[in-house]
Design a protein around this ligand. Structure first.
Ligand code: PLP
Length: 390
């Protein structure tokens, strides 16, 4: 093998979504773009708010912008702008030295896991979960240990408590959730905080909570509680990929609760981790987002699509929990074998990702970050696929 032995498994496991992506290109060429209904990718199609372009042009034309290196954790004024915004939202008393600008949420996860994890330690994650976590765990030599959620995808606190061992260093959650669209409520998060505190005491080792929140601003009339309020030993991370539709620009940050045990040391290590991966977050877009704290795309677009999609899928016979946030639906597969059912959908020119890829077998994931007509045009195919197995 020309590639490292341990990479072979990673390449294989990455292939399910990549295969979908390649299949989408092949199908569009064969059937025409209007006849293929591709729900496989969470790549926002809603344009960034106009103010993004204005800010970018203003920076380029009028301000003495910098293109050089900066302190590895990011521009001080941008980190201050993020800290000010978070303090306004959550009254958490953050200082800018506890904020690290990153290359998207993926960069933030890589940084914070590199800062916290020793090889062989466990990252505990509720399943189903975002597939990228396998890769981030791999990079730091940690084990990604999944713990099943309740049937409605809320946290199963008893199962989490039972899964924690002396090897657990981090609990990683994601709300609003990819792939389920669930938003964790305050009560279950408070319960989680208590479980983590008790387990840290029991094992004599601080367990940190990492909250991956790239969909925080994409919710539909429900409260997305602050994780900072439930457990001080928390690192929140996010990106502007979804809330400003800037996924390709690779910009995000992590922020450490000021009362987290060894907060300053973790921030320092995360900043050094930056230098190991990509040196610093992209300079131009740090300067852009520094001026756009609190701005987001029009969430009404995703809500309209969610409602439209739910109505069509329900009429076709599918069962699912109505998503409260993010832009994914996670319906039950009408047959047990979700990989087989994704194949049946594909015969009807519909691309969906089997739940198995997210540790959620018996389901499939649909991203509605797609034009309205892709959703409405797919309903016949969804019905045919459902009827063919019933
Ligand atoms: N975390 C979750 C739950 C995601 O869905 C994604 C991307 O889809 C990421 C992290 C990575 O986000 P980014 O593209 O900002 O690195």
């Amino acid at each position: 093998m020309p590639i490292a032995d341990k990479m072979v498994k990673m390449v294989e496991s990455a292939s399910m979504i990549r295969k979908m992506f390649e299949e989408g290109i092949r199908m569009r060429e064969k059937y025409g773009a209007d006849n293929v209904f591709d729900f496989s990718l969470g790549n926002p199609d809603v344009p960034p708010p106009a103010v993004v372009k204005e800010t970018l042009l203003n920076l380029i034309n009028n301000e003495a912008i910098s293109h050089g290196y900066m302190p590895n954790p990011g521009y001080p004024h941008v980190r201050q702008a993020v800290a000010d915004y978070l303090n306004k939202e959550y009254e958490v008393g953050l200082t800018s030295d506890l904020v690290v600008m990153t290359a998207g949420a993926a960069g933030a996860l890589n940084d914070v896991l590199r800062a916290l994890m020793n090889p062989g330690e466990d990252i505990l994650v509720p399943a189903p979960y975002f597939v990228g976590y396998n890769q981030y765990a791999f990079v730091v030599g940690a084990n990604l240990k999944t713990v099943a959620s309740q049937s409605d995808f809320h946290l199963d606190l008893d199962a989490i408590q039972a899964a924690i061992t002396e090897k657990t260093r981090v609990m990683l959650i994601n709300s609003p959730n990819n792939p389920t669209g669930i938003v964790y409520n305050k009560a279950e998060l408070l319960g989680l905080g208590k479980v983590l505190d008790a387990a840290s005491e029991k094992f004599g080792k601080r367990i940190y909570l990492i909250s991956d929140e790239p969909y925080r601003k994409i919710s539909y009339g429900v409260d997305v509680p602050s994780v900072f309020d439930v457990y001080p030993h928390t690192i929140v991370l996010t990106s502007y990929s979804k809330e400003l539709s800037l996924a390709g620009e690779r910009i995000g940050y992590l922020a450490i609760h000021p009362k987290a045990e060894d907060a300053a040391m973790i921030a320092g290590a995360a900043g050094v981790a930056n230098t190991m991966m990509y040196v610093n977050a992209p300079a131009l877009f740090q300067q852009v987002v520094g001026q756009l704290q609190g701005v987001s795309v029009d969430i009404g677009i995703y809500k309209r699509r969610r409602d439209m999609f739910c109505e069509g899928l329900q009429a076709a016979g599918y069962e699912f929990d109505v998503p409260e946030g993010a832009f994914y639906l996670f319906p039950k597969s009408p047959i047990e074998d979700d990989i087989k059912f994704a194949g049946i959908l594909q015969e009807n020119n519909i691309l969906a990702v089997p739940g198995t890829a997210f540790g959620g077998p018996g389901h499939f994931r649909l991203s509605y970050a797609v034009p309205d007509k892709t959703i409405t045009g797919s309903f016949d195919g969804f019905k045919k696929a459902f009827d063919s197995v019933k």
